[in-house]
Design a protein around this ligand. Structure first.
Ligand code: UGA
Length: 418
């Protein structure tokens, strides 16, 4: 099959690489000439395990990148995977999706299926995107892969969600054909959900809302456990044995970050509120998440007055395995330390945080040496191996937001929820 993919971010590039590897011909369309040139030379624009090797193998051959939307006309189906950023009120900016869809609509024939992979609230899809399509079929095909394990997740999906209203059978058939080699190669057969165009998008929001709420709920319980001097991870291990709860996404701590959960929860709240419904659970999910970094700082305040002192922040990425700092919990933690007059020295194995008042250390040891306390924000494995490095701190206080550092003699250790 010949498929086009608009957008070469971490979703678009991963999906393009995986489909090329699955035997499809792929046209990758991106507005950035440098990204296009790189892809055709076999260079991946993103850092994801396994993706670079596939782009090196297929880039410029089975996977051809271009800045010209007209090239989509040669394919039967186009996936749109461009960003949907949000404004301060949470409303999504669907303009990148709109512009891609408008450009595609002008060049493809009426048999073509345009499937939106970007996350768009149903009302924006109906009012801002659907009216731009005149002829081809507009479908939705949300994506559930995670950063850091994107290729593996994409190749082993729990579910495939195909959303379409007009010419639905044709859209479902083309999407089924597209994913057939993925389904054949996967370990466990995914559920295939054929539904309406808007419902498919709401499935995506519901999936992220549920997971984010699970994290906020375990953080709520974790804060209660801490009040009683009880380890919230013991509680999580116990309740996680109930298959109705499951043991996943039960790690309490400083909260969720990244480019998806914070944004998606705020967008769905905004969309519901605009239409007269106040989603109380989701509001609480967001508020709890915003409070966890504050709680980490309050715990720190009990031991250290950081004014004019060096303080270490361990971890800048929103989770381990990525250099992505979007909505990282490190940001409010650093802002809180800055407000307290601290000199923040941050360390992360791969991420750097621009635009914030911190110095970057090359190693955790360097960040800790002479520091009046450390706050742990990302659960990188290497933090579990830290030991003598703590001995060089001026005040050996470690406040851990991810339960990655071992409680040990010689340091004052506080866990956020344990
Ligand atoms: C998330 C979803 O997991 C994907 O299914 C979805 O496709 C993606 O958003 C998206 O919408 O594109 P991602 O943001 O890459 O994926 O990262 P996750 O692994 O889900 O972690 C999100 C945040 O939750 C991280 O900050 C992580 O530290 C935090 N987290 C996760 C916890 O605090 N506790 C947990 O138990 C699990």
């Amino acid at each position: 099959m010949h498929v086009s993919i608009v957008g070469s971010g971490y979703v678009g590039t991963t999906v393009a690489a995986a489909f090329a590897d699955a035997g499809h011909r792929v046209t990758a369309i991106d507005i950035d000439p440098a990204v296009v040139e790189g892809l055709n030379a076999g260079e991946s624009p993103i850092e994801e395990p396994g993706v670079g090797a596939l782009i090196a193998e297929y880039g410029g051959e089975e996977l051809i990148a271009t800045t010209e939307f007209g090239r989509a006309a040669g394919s039967e189906l186009t996936l749109v995977a461009v960003p949907t950023p949000t404004g301060p009120d949470g409303a999504i900016d669907a303009s990148y999706v709109a512009s891609a869809v408008e450009s595609l609509d002008a060049v493809v024939d009426d048999e073509h299926v345009i499937a939106i992979k970007s996350t768009v609230v149903p009302d924006a899809l109906r009012t801002e995107i659907a009216p731009l399509v005149d002829g081809p079929t507009l479908a939705t095909n949300p994506e559930f892969l995670r950063e850091g394990t994107a290729l593996e997740d994409f190749r082993n999906p729990h579910k495939l969600v195909f959303g379409a209203d007009e010419s639905a059978e044709r859209a479902y058939d083309l999407l089924a054909e597209l994913y057939a080699p993925i389904r054949r190669a996967t370990e466990a057969e995914p559920a295939v959900i054929r539904t309406g165009r808007d419902a498919a998008m709401l499935i995506k929001y519901a999936n992220n809302a549920f997971l984010a709420s699970k994290i906020s709920l375990i953080n709520d319980i974790g804060n209660i456990a801490k009040q009683h001097g009880i380890d919230a991870y013991e509680i999580a291990d116990a309740i996680g044995t109930d298959p109705r709860i499951s043991d996943q996404f039960l790690r309490s701590g400083v909260g969720y970050g990244g480019s998806c959960f914070p944004k998606d929860i705020k967008s769905i709240i905004n969309s519901a509120t605009e239409q007269g419904y106040e989603p109380l659970m989701l509001e609480a999910t967001t508020e709890l998440n915003d409070r966890q970094p504050e709680r980490l700082l309050e715990l720190f305040d009990q031991y250290v007055d950081p004014e004019g002192e060096q303080v270490a922040v361990l971890g800048l990425a929103f989770k381990p395995g990525t250099d992505d700092t979007r909505n990282s919990r490190a940001i409010p933690v650093i802002e809180g330390l800055d407000a307290r007059g601290a000199d923040v020295v941050g360390y992360d194995p791969v991420a750097t945080l621009d635009g914030h008042d911190i110095e970057h250390a090359d190693t955790a040891a360097e960040a800790l040496a002479g520091a009046h306390g450390a706050l742990v924000v990302t659960d990188w494995d290497e933090f579990a191996a830290l030991d003598e490095e703590f001995d060089r701190m001026a005040e050996p206080v470690v406040v851990d937001g991810r339960r990655i550092v071992e409680r040990r003699e010689g340091i004052t250790y506080e866990g956020l929820t344990w």
